[in-house]
Design a protein around this ligand. Structure first.
Ligand code: GDP
Ligand code: IMO
Ligand code: MG
Length: 424
């Protein structure tokens, strides 16, 4: 089977965009399976930086077909902006982008509700991206969501919107003190999207399953990361979808038996954007150094990312729940200037040693991470193209990760650019 899931193994922003772009050179299809425009996947191509939020990271390779699967929630405003950005750069989407009929839409009220709810939660807010993700998935699971297919029929769109707005407007006005939304205005706006999005709407489930049967090479691109998974992450500080590898099956309509390999993208240290537990967070000069060296500012919201040492307990958990068979290790160059580098190998809580990621994620708030200190390599990695030529202590760092997680590191990324990557 020539299929591979590329999954974020931590709290997102591991460098999935770079890795997927790199692997797309040899892929026929790249498909996004969950999340929405909360994602920000950065690709550096010919010295220029692109941030993709909805369109799969294979789009810069003209031979690649790109699918936005049923599991994704689509903000048509964000999608049209992204298509325009790519067209302005001379990247043709025509005949290459396929959007599932079954994908749910993000409506204007989802974005308003997302930020209003966050605002009201104040001290207990999740720190969402404000892209309407949670409220859109709520509607999907409440079975009142509006889907891409509904754009094709004015009557259905109007009926569904009317039913939704009746409730949403009451909530907006009574609970959040917001202005009510005008149905006509939204219908007009979304019907205009219909003509723009229509050429891309496809039965992506059939397309993908046929491609897999034909032996085509398929990458399934995760957004966010395993520790933000609504079931397996640090609930309630999570996103509202399943970024873990299992999400690829439901989010694309492909059976588990069609999955070949699963690659986890792992940052050589840890970051988290938004609120929630983060055992190895460094609120000191080392944390600031990582943020500065790693340019750790959100690709979607521009927020500074919280930084800390690599958490191997969390990573081993991530390897387990995703079935990660190989690791793409990114941003190892950010650690170049440390004399010593720490990795967390166990947690200590109430006099007990925890070797495994706790099922009750509230324990993550109070436990103490226990570190092993490794020697830094203290030199630049620029220009290294062969694994054997990496400094001894870089290789030892990588080996430590491999042994702890019992997983091979098959890709080592040394900069944002495609060229600076070692494939073993
Ligand atoms: P994603 O959401 O997982 O695709 O990751 P983001 O794009 O949000 O964040 C990763 C950031 O790190 C981007 O700015 C990338 O250009 C950058 N990046 C990716 N790989 C490397 C690497 O190996 N070294 C360095 N220094 N930066 C990298
Ligand atoms: P990529 O694909 C990092 C975080 C938000 C917040 C939580 C819930 O670029 O790795 P949401 O808007 O999804 O309801 O916010 O999840 N979050 C991400 N953090 N990378 C992402 O995507 C993220 N998408 C959402 O910061 O803590
Ligand atoms: Mg990102």
């Amino acid at each position: 089977m020539n299929t591979r899931i590329i999954v974020g193994a931590q709290w997102g922003d591991e460098g999935k965009g770079k890795v997927v772009d790199l692997l797309s050179e040899k892929a026929d299809i790249v498909a996004r399976y969950q999340g929405g425009a909360n994602a920000g996947h950065t690709i550096v191509f010919q010295g220029k930086k692109f941030v993709l939020h909805l369109i799969p990271s294979g789009i810069l390779h003209p031979h690649c077909q790109c699918i936005i699967g049923n599991g994704v929630v689509i903000d048509p405003v964000a999608l049209m902006e992204e298509i325009q950005m790519l067209e302005q750069l001379g990247i043709s989407i025509e005949g290459r982008l396929f959007i599932s009929h079954k994908a749910h839409l993000i409506m204007p009220y989802h974005k308003i509700l997302d930020t209003a709810r966050e605002h009201q939660a104040a001290g207990n807010s999740i720190g969402t991206t404000g892209r309407g993700i949670g409220p859109s998935y709520i509607d999907k699971f409440s079975r009142v969501g509006i889907r891409i297919v509904d754009l094709l029929d004015r009557k259905t769109l109007e009926e569904k919107l009317r039913a939704n707005l009746e409730e949403k407007n009451t909530v907006l006005r009574k609970i959040y003190g917001k202005e009510e939304l005008n149905i006509e205005k939204i219908v007009q706006e979304y019907l205009a999207f219909d003509t723009q999005i229509d050429p891309y709407i496809t039965d992506t489930t059939a397309l993908l399953n046929q491609a897999i049967r034909d032996g085509k090479s398929v990458l399934m691109e995760g957004a966010q990361g395993a520790l933000l998974d609504v079931d397996h992450g640090t609930y309630p500080y999570v996103t509202s979808s399943n970024p873990t590898s299992g999400g690829a099956c439901t989010g694309l309509g492909v059976p588990p038996t069609s999955i070949g390999t699963i690659m986890g993208v792992v940052k050589a240290y840890s970051t988290r954007v938004g609120n929630g537990p983060f055992p190895t967070e460094l609120i000191n000069s080392d944390g600031e150094f990582l943020r500065k060296e790693g340019a750790e500012f959100g690709a979607t919201t521009g927020r500074p990312r919280r930084c800390g040492w690599l958490d191997l307990v969390a990573l081993r958990y991530s390897v387990m729940i995703n079935g990660i068979s190989e690791i793409a290790l990114t941003k190892i160059d950010v650690l170049n200037n440390f004399e010593e580098i720490k990795v967390c190998t166990e947690y200590h809580l109430d006099g007990k040693v925890l070797k495994y990621f706790p099922a009750d994620s509230s324990q993550l708030e109070t436990l103490t991470p226990h570190y092993v200190t490794l020697k830094g390599w203290n030199t630049s990695l620029a220009g290294i193209t062969n694994y054997d030529n990496l400094p001894e202590y870089t290789k030892k760092y990588i080996q430590f990760i491999e042994e702890f997680t019992e997983t091979k590191v098959s890709i080592v990324s040394l900069s944002p650019s495609r060229e600076d990557t070692i494939i073993r």
